[in-house]
Design a protein around this ligand. Sequence first.
Ligand SMILES: Nc1ncnc2c1ncn2[C@@H]1O[C@H](COP(=O)(O)OP(=O)(O)O)[C@@H](O)[C@H]1O
Ligand SMILES: [Mg+2]
Length: 366
Amino acid sequence: MVKDILVVKDLQVWFPVRQGFIESLVSKEQRYVKAVDGVSFNIKEKEIFCLVGESGCGKTTTGKGILRLVEPTGGSVKYYGKGKEILLKDMISDALAKGKITKAQAEKMTAEGGIDVRALHKSKMKKLRQKMQIIFQDPYESLNPKQSVYDIVAEPLVVNGIGATEAEREKRVVKALEDAGLRPPKDFMWRYPHEVSGGQRQRVGIAGSLVLEPEFLVADEPVSMLDVSIRSEILKLMLDLRDNKGLAFLFITHDLGVAYVFSDRIGIMYLGKIVELGPTEEVVKHPAHPYTKALISVVPTPDPEMRRNQIILKGERPDPSNMPPGCRFHPRCPFVMDICRKEAPATVFVSEGHWVSCHLEKGQAK
Ligand SMILES: Nc1ncnc2c1ncn2[C@@H]1O[C@H](COP(=O)(O)OP(=O)(O)O)[C@@H](O)[C@H]1O
Ligand SMILES: [Mg+2]
């Protein structure tokens, strides 16, 4: 059986809303932007799991919450990748030495083997982050224009104290550039970000993540700032990294078309929640949630018949600091019923590994 590398349960990232003076007199209640509001999913080894949803639904915050680049306010994140062994051994022998746990408990913990990411001390989190990396959307903003490609890619090694000598570090930088498809590496190492193309810039960013030899990557809209012509090259690179290095991906995109060609499973996100989740092919061919159906209906297609069936969502994009009651999609749902305005739908089974949260589905509850 394929093992999980990551299990996220009920993840919650709420940001407190700063209130004005008058507002704070009228209402004592602290309001929150509920960017991520109870998100659960797992990612298997070597899997590409895609989070899809329109801008502002909480995709980036989910990715950052998992890596604790923003601190979650609730839920759990468990990491099961191989890199955890080093950390786990450390922590268990530490706790054992301090008499905090018994030998039997230590053995049980080693066997169960998940790292509770949210419980990690900052110094340990830094260590774990070598195995869990993020690739950002904008290769123009995320690279320091004053650093050479070599310095950019070597920086994570320096920060994490990896590589005893410069020669050792150089070897790893060269390897990372090669793995990111910048070949021959010597042609790129001494250039500056403005001296390479957009696609190459994104590859430099990816090399900077690869240099630490991660097992799991969060790729946050890694192609949406790139020209269409080079998007598929970068996507292909990520597929190669999965196939050749066994990397697992949380791939974030607002573009269902990209998710369809690229991912193994999809989670459709709406206003801080995953409303439908399942194998990519299954979700796209047999969508159960009206929001998923709407997203699929607007994916560009040359088929005029399909274009005629487009579902254009009405209404404004909702505000995560002011959630609608009941099902949070109800104000825009073409199939809204009375119950949708009052009760949040349960998550129900659609087919093998395929779940949906919608009152229209009457399947068995999860
Ligand atoms: N640091 C923050 N403080 C307050 N609100 C935030 C912060 N980061 C994100 N948000 C809000 O959380 C919601 C989700 O944002 P984000 O995760 O960036 O969405 P997405 O990546 O899907 O476009 C948005 O309404 C955004 O304005
Ligand atoms: Mg985003």
